[in-house]
Design a protein around this ligand. Structure first.
Ligand code: AMP
Ligand code: ZN
Length: 127
């Protein structure tokens, strides 16, 4: 599936993260490549909370991996570079892709959450 932006090919004007890529909405960018962008989460859930996205619009990680495997590899490389730049490699970090309704995905432009900077607790809230 491809989306269009009036100014930038491949960018959807109605998608929040496409609009960050297009520079229409401000973000605290910490890392950028030709194909990826990483910026701080506006509502951090850990001392370090960075979102890593492909610049092209793909709704979720399954869609990205199926339609652009090289882009998926770029995204993992970007997440790794962010983790290193944020000083998370020694003590560890979490890389999380919420996907779909049960996972509570809110923004349907694939994004990896890079979480770290302190103990993160259990992976899931016990129930
Ligand atoms: P998810 O629930 O996996 O879709 O995560 C969406 C994330 O986007 C949440 O952690 C939000 O805090 C974050 N978020 C929403 N709007 C913005 C924004 N304008 N800039 C940075 N992060 C945002
Ligand atoms: Zn998008």
């Amino acid at each position: 599936m491809r989306y269009r932006h009036p100014k930038i090919p491949g960018v959807d004007n109605n998608c929040l993260f496409c609009r960050i890529v297009a520079g229409e909405i401000p973000a605290t960018v910490v890392y950028e490549t030709d194909t990826t962008l990483a910026f701080r989460d506006i509502d951090p859930k850990a001392p370090v909370h960075v979102l890593v996205i492909p610049k092209e619009h793909h709704p979720d990680v399954v869609s990205l991996t199926r339609s652009d495997p090289a882009g998926a590899a770029d995204l993992l490389a970007a997440a790794s570079a962010v983790a290193e730049a944020e000083g998370l490699l020694i003590d560890g970090f979490r890389l999380l892709f919420n996907t779909g309704e049960y996972a509570g995905q809110e923004v349907f432009h694939v994004h990896g959450h890079v979480l770290g900077g302190g103990p993160l607790g259990p992976m899931l809230v016990p129930r």
